[in-house]
Design a protein around this ligand. Structure first.
Ligand SMILES: [Zn+2]
Length: 139
């Protein structure tokens, strides 16, 4: 492969058998999934700068501190959403489906969720199912 302007890059086609790989959750991912089973959303807080991340991370991306404090997140709201009216084959759905990015005040990151009720930006929601993706209800 060359980065020189005007030259072609080389490529090849192959098949990746991704389904044969096993990924570990890691410490932070395991704690996050344990939280879902308990009906909680865990974030991880940086002791140096105070930033909180969800899903939890091992290191603060701003100050590179190792993170070791878990916090339970509260007051989720809709950051952005889309409403789907047709399936992937073009058939109209019986009922539209809304999917949103849920965020928490003062927390960096977000989670995907199905929305019950009329989705709108900045609307507060209640988490009604802690499966992945989450299911939330507009309050
Ligand atoms: Zn930090």
């Amino acid at each position: 492969m060359s980065w020189d302007k005007g030259k072609e890059t080389k490529s090849w086609k192959d098949i990746m058998e991704a389904e044969k790989y096993v990924y570990t959750l890691g410490e932070a991912g395991e704690k996050f999934l344990e939280g879902l089973k308990e009906g909680k959303i865990y974030g991880r807080k940086c002791r140096k700068c105070g930033r909180v991340y969800v899903p939890p991370r091992m290191y603060c991306e701003d100050c590179f501190e190792e993170l070791d404090e878990y916090v339970t997140l509260r007051s989720p709201y809709i950051d952005s959403f889309t409403t789907i009216y047709y399936d992937d084959e073009g058939n109209k759905l019986d009922k539209p489906v809304s999917i949103a990015i849920i965020r928490f005040e003062g927390v960096k990151g977000g989670l995907l969720a199905y929305v019950e009720g009329e989705a709108n930006q900045n609307k507060n929601v209640e988490i009604i199912s802690y499966d992945i993706p989450l299911k939330v209800k507009v309050v």
